[in-house]
Design a protein around this ligand. Sequence first.
Ligand SMILES: NC(=O)c1ccc[n+]([C@@H]2O[C@H](COP(=O)([O-])OP(=O)(O)OC[C@H]3O[C@@H](n4cnc5c(N)ncnc54)[C@H](OP(=O)(O)O)[C@@H]3O)[C@@H](O)[C@H]2O)c1
Length: 287
Amino acid sequence: MNKETALVTGASSGIGLHLAHEFARHGHPLVIAGPVQSELETAAEEFRSEHGVEVRVVAKDLEQENSAQEIFDELQAAGVEVDILVNNAGHGFHGKWWELSLEKDLSMIRLNIEAVMRMTKLFLPPMLQRHRGRVLNTASVAGFMPGPMLATYYATKAFVLSWSEALATELDDTPITVTALCPGVTDTDFFEKGDAENIKARQSSNVMSPQDVAKEGYKALMDEELFVIPGAANKAMVATRRILPVTTQAKLNEKMNSNVPPEKATHERGEKARSSDQPKVNYPRTT
Ligand SMILES: NC(=O)c1ccc[n+]([C@@H]2O[C@H](COP(=O)([O-])OP(=O)(O)OC[C@H]3O[C@@H](n4cnc5c(N)ncnc54)[C@H](OP(=O)(O)O)[C@@H]3O)[C@@H](O)[C@H]2O)c1
Protein backbone atom coordinates (compact mmCIF):
# COMPACT_ATOMS: atom_id res chain seq x y z
CA MET A 1 0.00 0.00 0.00
CA ASN A 2 1.34 3.43 -0.98
CA LYS A 3 1.36 5.81 1.98
CA GLU A 4 1.08 9.10 0.06
CA THR A 5 -2.54 10.28 0.37
CA ALA A 6 -3.83 12.09 -2.72
CA LEU A 7 -6.57 14.73 -2.75
CA VAL A 8 -8.11 15.04 -6.23
CA THR A 9 -10.56 17.85 -7.10
CA GLY A 10 -13.08 17.29 -9.88
CA ALA A 11 -12.80 13.55 -9.31
CA SER A 12 -16.42 12.73 -10.17
CA SER A 13 -15.87 12.62 -13.94
CA GLY A 14 -13.45 12.83 -16.84
CA ILE A 15 -9.74 13.34 -16.29
CA GLY A 16 -10.11 13.75 -12.50
CA LEU A 17 -12.04 10.47 -12.19
CA HIS A 18 -9.30 8.66 -14.08
CA LEU A 19 -6.50 10.40 -12.20
CA ALA A 20 -8.15 9.14 -9.02
CA HIS A 21 -8.29 5.65 -10.60
CA GLU A 22 -4.54 5.88 -11.29
CA PHE A 23 -3.80 6.85 -7.67
CA ALA A 24 -6.04 4.05 -6.40
CA ARG A 25 -4.44 1.53 -8.78
CA HIS A 26 -1.07 2.44 -7.29
CA GLY A 27 -2.42 2.00 -3.76
CA HIS A 28 -2.73 5.63 -2.66
CA PRO A 29 -5.38 6.45 -0.05
CA LEU A 30 -7.69 9.03 -1.61
CA VAL A 31 -9.68 12.12 -0.79
CA ILE A 32 -11.97 12.97 -3.69
CA ALA A 33 -13.70 16.31 -4.05
CA GLY A 34 -16.44 17.56 -6.34
CA PRO A 35 -19.76 19.34 -6.07
CA VAL A 36 -22.13 16.37 -5.94
CA GLN A 37 -21.99 13.89 -3.03
CA SER A 38 -23.80 11.05 -4.83
CA GLU A 39 -21.42 11.16 -7.83
CA LEU A 40 -18.41 11.07 -5.52
CA GLU A 41 -19.87 8.16 -3.51
CA THR A 42 -20.33 6.17 -6.72
CA ALA A 43 -16.71 6.79 -7.73
CA ALA A 44 -15.47 6.05 -4.19
CA GLU A 45 -17.23 2.68 -4.19
CA GLU A 46 -15.45 1.78 -7.44
CA PHE A 47 -12.03 2.72 -6.04
CA ARG A 48 -12.65 0.76 -2.82
CA SER A 49 -13.92 -2.38 -4.53
CA GLU A 50 -11.46 -2.39 -7.46
CA HIS A 51 -8.31 -1.32 -5.61
CA GLY A 52 -8.98 -1.80 -1.88
CA VAL A 53 -7.86 1.73 -0.98
CA GLU A 54 -9.29 4.05 1.67
CA VAL A 55 -11.41 6.78 0.11
CA ARG A 56 -12.85 9.86 1.76
CA VAL A 57 -15.45 11.95 -0.04
CA VAL A 58 -15.75 15.74 0.31
CA ALA A 59 -18.68 17.32 -1.53
CA LYS A 60 -17.97 21.02 -2.07
CA ASP A 61 -18.59 23.58 -4.76
CA LEU A 62 -15.09 25.01 -5.22
CA GLU A 63 -16.47 28.21 -6.69
CA GLN A 64 -17.62 29.16 -3.19
CA GLU A 65 -14.90 31.13 -1.44
CA ASN A 66 -15.12 29.15 1.83
CA SER A 67 -14.95 25.69 0.26
CA ALA A 68 -11.16 25.25 0.27
CA GLN A 69 -10.94 26.26 3.92
CA GLU A 70 -13.83 23.92 4.81
CA ILE A 71 -12.11 21.00 3.04
CA PHE A 72 -8.83 21.78 4.81
CA ASP A 73 -10.50 22.09 8.24
CA GLU A 74 -12.48 18.87 7.77
CA LEU A 75 -9.34 16.92 6.88
CA GLN A 76 -7.33 18.46 9.72
CA ALA A 77 -10.06 17.55 12.20
CA ALA A 78 -10.04 13.98 10.87
CA GLY A 79 -6.24 13.78 11.08
CA VAL A 80 -5.85 13.26 7.31
CA GLU A 81 -2.51 14.49 5.94
CA VAL A 82 -2.58 15.30 2.23
CA ASP A 83 0.72 14.39 0.54
CA ILE A 84 -0.42 14.95 -3.04
CA LEU A 85 -2.72 17.81 -4.04
CA VAL A 86 -4.32 17.48 -7.47
CA ASN A 87 -5.98 20.73 -8.59
CA ASN A 88 -8.00 19.33 -11.46
CA ALA A 89 -11.57 20.73 -11.31
CA GLY A 90 -12.15 23.20 -14.10
CA HIS A 91 -14.53 24.28 -16.84
CA GLY A 92 -14.64 26.40 -19.98
CA PHE A 93 -17.44 28.24 -21.77
CA HIS A 94 -17.42 28.62 -25.54
CA GLY A 95 -18.40 31.70 -27.55
CA LYS A 96 -17.33 35.15 -28.61
CA TRP A 97 -16.01 36.88 -25.50
CA TRP A 98 -18.44 39.82 -25.66
CA GLU A 99 -21.40 37.49 -26.11
CA LEU A 100 -20.63 35.41 -22.99
CA SER A 101 -22.02 36.72 -19.71
CA LEU A 102 -19.58 38.22 -17.25
CA GLU A 103 -20.85 35.60 -14.78
CA LYS A 104 -19.46 32.82 -17.03
CA ASP A 105 -16.05 34.54 -17.22
CA LEU A 106 -15.97 34.96 -13.46
CA SER A 107 -17.10 31.38 -12.93
CA MET A 108 -14.10 30.12 -14.96
CA ILE A 109 -11.77 32.43 -13.04
CA ARG A 110 -13.21 31.29 -9.69
CA LEU A 111 -12.92 27.55 -10.41
CA ASN A 112 -9.86 27.38 -12.67
CA ILE A 113 -7.75 29.97 -10.84
CA GLU A 114 -9.11 31.15 -7.49
CA ALA A 115 -9.90 27.68 -6.15
CA VAL A 116 -6.44 26.46 -7.19
CA MET A 117 -4.84 29.38 -5.30
CA ARG A 118 -6.97 28.77 -2.21
CA MET A 119 -6.36 25.00 -2.13
CA THR A 120 -2.60 25.34 -2.65
CA LYS A 121 -2.23 28.17 -0.09
CA LEU A 122 -3.73 25.80 2.50
CA PHE A 123 -2.24 22.44 1.57
CA LEU A 124 1.31 23.47 0.57
CA PRO A 125 2.53 24.81 3.99
CA PRO A 126 1.93 21.49 5.81
CA MET A 127 3.84 19.73 3.00
CA LEU A 128 6.77 22.11 3.54
CA GLN A 129 6.63 21.42 7.28
CA ARG A 130 6.65 17.65 6.70
CA HIS A 131 9.36 17.93 3.99
CA ARG A 132 7.20 15.80 1.72
CA GLY A 133 4.63 16.49 -0.97
CA ARG A 134 3.63 16.86 -4.59
CA VAL A 135 1.22 19.14 -6.44
CA LEU A 136 -0.37 18.30 -9.80
CA ASN A 137 -2.24 21.10 -11.57
CA THR A 138 -4.40 20.33 -14.58
CA ALA A 139 -3.57 23.09 -17.04
CA SER A 140 -4.01 22.43 -20.78
CA VAL A 141 -2.32 22.81 -24.16
CA ALA A 142 -4.55 25.92 -24.15
CA GLY A 143 -2.12 27.40 -21.62
CA PHE A 144 0.58 27.76 -24.28
CA MET A 145 -1.33 30.03 -26.69
CA PRO A 146 -4.24 32.46 -27.16
CA GLY A 147 -7.62 30.84 -27.83
CA PRO A 148 -10.26 32.93 -29.60
CA MET A 149 -13.82 31.60 -28.94
CA LEU A 150 -12.60 30.23 -25.60
CA ALA A 151 -10.60 33.34 -24.70
CA THR A 152 -11.10 33.42 -20.94
CA TYR A 153 -10.72 29.65 -20.62
CA TYR A 154 -7.36 29.69 -22.44
CA ALA A 155 -6.24 32.64 -20.29
CA THR A 156 -7.09 30.75 -17.08
CA LYS A 157 -4.99 27.81 -18.26
CA ALA A 158 -2.09 30.14 -19.19
CA PHE A 159 -2.29 31.37 -15.60
CA VAL A 160 -2.22 27.84 -14.18
CA LEU A 161 0.71 26.80 -16.38
CA SER A 162 2.81 29.93 -15.75
CA TRP A 163 2.13 29.91 -12.02
CA SER A 164 2.89 26.15 -11.75
CA GLU A 165 6.25 26.55 -13.49
CA ALA A 166 7.17 29.53 -11.30
CA LEU A 167 6.07 27.82 -8.08
CA ALA A 168 7.99 24.65 -9.00
CA THR A 169 11.12 26.76 -9.42
CA GLU A 170 10.61 28.54 -6.08
CA LEU A 171 10.34 25.09 -4.49
CA ASP A 172 13.53 23.82 -6.16
CA ASP A 173 15.51 23.63 -2.92
CA THR A 174 12.70 21.82 -1.06
CA PRO A 175 11.49 18.22 -1.51
CA ILE A 176 8.11 19.46 -2.81
CA THR A 177 7.46 19.18 -6.54
CA VAL A 178 4.87 20.83 -8.81
CA THR A 179 3.80 19.36 -12.14
CA ALA A 180 1.46 20.89 -14.74
CA LEU A 181 -0.64 18.39 -16.70
CA CYS A 182 -1.38 19.90 -20.13
CA PRO A 183 -3.86 17.70 -22.02
CA GLY A 184 -5.08 18.37 -25.53
CA VAL A 185 -8.65 17.56 -26.51
CA THR A 186 -9.86 14.73 -24.26
CA ASP A 187 -13.07 12.74 -24.46
CA THR A 188 -14.90 14.04 -21.37
CA ASP A 189 -18.07 15.99 -20.54
CA PHE A 190 -16.05 19.23 -20.68
CA PHE A 191 -17.28 20.22 -24.16
CA GLU A 192 -20.98 19.53 -23.59
CA LYS A 193 -20.90 21.47 -20.32
CA GLY A 194 -19.28 24.46 -22.03
CA ASP A 195 -21.43 24.49 -25.19
CA ALA A 196 -18.38 23.43 -27.24
CA GLU A 197 -19.31 19.90 -28.38
CA ASN A 198 -19.40 20.92 -32.06
CA ILE A 199 -16.12 22.81 -32.30
CA LYS A 200 -13.64 21.60 -34.90
CA ALA A 201 -11.04 20.59 -32.27
CA ARG A 202 -13.57 18.33 -30.50
CA GLN A 203 -14.78 16.89 -33.79
CA SER A 204 -11.27 16.08 -35.04
CA SER A 205 -9.77 12.61 -34.74
CA ASN A 206 -7.00 13.78 -32.40
CA VAL A 207 -8.97 13.18 -29.21
CA MET A 208 -7.42 11.27 -26.31
CA SER A 209 -9.15 9.09 -23.74
CA PRO A 210 -9.18 10.44 -20.17
CA GLN A 211 -7.59 7.14 -19.10
CA ASP A 212 -4.50 7.73 -21.24
CA VAL A 213 -4.26 11.37 -20.13
CA ALA A 214 -4.48 10.33 -16.47
CA LYS A 215 -1.76 7.67 -16.90
CA GLU A 216 0.65 10.22 -18.37
CA GLY A 217 -0.27 12.75 -15.68
CA TYR A 218 0.37 10.29 -12.85
CA LYS A 219 3.71 9.21 -14.32
CA ALA A 220 4.90 12.80 -14.82
CA LEU A 221 3.93 13.66 -11.25
CA MET A 222 5.80 10.69 -9.80
CA ASP A 223 8.79 11.41 -12.10
CA GLU A 224 8.77 15.00 -10.78
CA GLU A 225 8.40 16.53 -14.25
CA LEU A 226 7.73 20.28 -14.52
CA PHE A 227 4.95 19.70 -17.06
CA VAL A 228 3.63 17.02 -19.36
CA ILE A 229 1.71 17.20 -22.64
CA PRO A 230 0.04 13.80 -23.09
CA GLY A 231 0.16 12.26 -26.57
CA ALA A 232 2.64 12.66 -29.43
CA ALA A 233 0.19 14.64 -31.59
CA ASN A 234 -0.44 17.17 -28.81
CA LYS A 235 3.30 17.55 -28.17
CA ALA A 236 3.89 18.17 -31.88
CA MET A 237 0.98 20.63 -32.06
CA VAL A 238 2.32 22.73 -29.18
CA ALA A 239 5.89 22.64 -30.53
CA THR A 240 4.87 23.78 -34.02
CA ARG A 241 2.35 26.41 -32.82
CA ARG A 242 4.94 28.01 -30.53
CA ILE A 243 7.35 28.84 -33.36
CA LEU A 244 4.58 30.70 -35.27
CA PRO A 245 3.81 34.40 -34.79
CA VAL A 246 1.24 34.83 -32.04
CA THR A 247 -1.33 36.28 -34.47
CA THR A 248 -1.07 33.11 -36.58
CA GLN A 249 -1.43 30.92 -33.47
CA ALA A 250 -4.57 32.83 -32.54
CA LYS A 251 -6.06 32.55 -36.05
CA LEU A 252 -5.39 28.78 -36.16
CA ASN A 253 -6.99 28.32 -32.76
CA GLU A 254 -9.97 30.46 -33.76
CA LYS A 255 -10.58 27.98 -36.58
CA MET A 256 -10.18 24.97 -34.28
CA ASN A 257 -12.57 26.53 -31.75
CA SER A 258 -15.30 27.35 -34.29
CA ASN A 259 -18.32 25.11 -34.80
CA VAL A 260 -18.34 22.68 -37.71
CA PRO A 261 -21.55 22.36 -39.79
CA PRO A 262 -24.03 19.94 -38.11
CA GLU A 263 -23.47 17.20 -40.77
CA LYS A 264 -19.76 17.14 -39.84
CA ALA A 265 -20.39 16.93 -36.07
CA THR A 266 -20.24 13.15 -36.03
CA HIS A 267 -17.95 12.44 -33.06
CA GLU A 268 -19.82 11.87 -29.82
CA ARG A 269 -18.85 11.93 -26.17
CA GLY A 270 -17.65 8.53 -24.99
CA GLU A 271 -16.10 7.25 -28.21
CA LYS A 272 -12.60 7.41 -26.78
CA ALA A 273 -13.45 6.73 -23.14
CA ARG A 274 -13.45 3.11 -22.02
CA SER A 275 -15.94 1.22 -19.89
CA SER A 276 -15.16 2.57 -16.40
CA ASP A 277 -16.01 6.13 -17.52
CA GLN A 278 -19.66 6.15 -16.50
CA PRO A 279 -22.27 8.08 -18.48
CA LYS A 280 -22.89 11.46 -16.89
CA VAL A 281 -26.02 12.08 -14.84
CA ASN A 282 -26.77 15.62 -13.69
CA TYR A 283 -27.67 15.92 -10.02
CA PRO A 284 -28.47 19.10 -8.11
CA ARG A 285 -25.44 20.75 -6.49
CA THR A 286 -24.86 20.59 -2.74
CA THR A 287 -24.52 24.35 -2.35
N1 LIG B 1 -11.48 17.66 -21.80
C1 LIG B 1 -10.48 18.33 -22.36
O1 LIG B 1 -10.33 18.34 -23.60
C2 LIG B 1 -9.48 19.06 -21.50
C3 LIG B 1 -8.28 19.46 -22.11
C4 LIG B 1 -7.34 20.13 -21.33
C5 LIG B 1 -7.57 20.39 -20.01
N2 LIG B 1 -8.76 19.99 -19.45
C6 LIG B 1 -8.96 20.30 -18.03
O2 LIG B 1 -9.15 19.07 -17.33
C7 LIG B 1 -9.83 19.33 -16.12
C8 LIG B 1 -10.94 18.31 -15.95
O3 LIG B 1 -11.88 18.51 -16.99
P1 LIG B 1 -12.57 17.28 -17.75
O4 LIG B 1 -12.23 17.41 -19.18
O5 LIG B 1 -12.28 16.03 -17.05
O6 LIG B 1 -14.11 17.70 -17.63
P2 LIG B 1 -15.28 17.12 -16.70
O7 LIG B 1 -15.50 15.69 -17.02
O8 LIG B 1 -16.38 18.09 -16.88
O9 LIG B 1 -14.68 17.20 -15.22
C9 LIG B 1 -14.71 18.37 -14.46
C10 LIG B 1 -14.73 18.01 -13.01
O10 LIG B 1 -14.73 19.22 -12.22
C11 LIG B 1 -15.87 19.17 -11.35
N3 LIG B 1 -16.41 20.49 -11.07
C12 LIG B 1 -17.12 21.30 -11.90
N4 LIG B 1 -17.50 22.40 -11.24
C13 LIG B 1 -17.04 22.27 -9.98
C14 LIG B 1 -17.13 23.07 -8.82
N5 LIG B 1 -17.76 24.25 -8.84
N6 LIG B 1 -16.55 22.64 -7.68
C15 LIG B 1 -15.89 21.46 -7.64
N7 LIG B 1 -15.76 20.67 -8.71
C16 LIG B 1 -16.34 21.07 -9.86
C17 LIG B 1 -16.88 18.35 -12.12
O11 LIG B 1 -17.92 17.90 -11.24
P3 LIG B 1 -19.42 17.65 -11.87
O12 LIG B 1 -19.24 16.57 -12.88
O13 LIG B 1 -20.27 17.28 -10.73
O14 LIG B 1 -19.80 18.97 -12.50
C18 LIG B 1 -15.99 17.24 -12.63
O15 LIG B 1 -15.70 16.32 -11.63
C19 LIG B 1 -10.31 20.78 -16.19
O16 LIG B 1 -9.45 21.60 -15.43
C20 LIG B 1 -10.19 21.10 -17.66
O17 LIG B 1 -9.99 22.48 -17.87
C21 LIG B 1 -9.71 19.33 -20.16
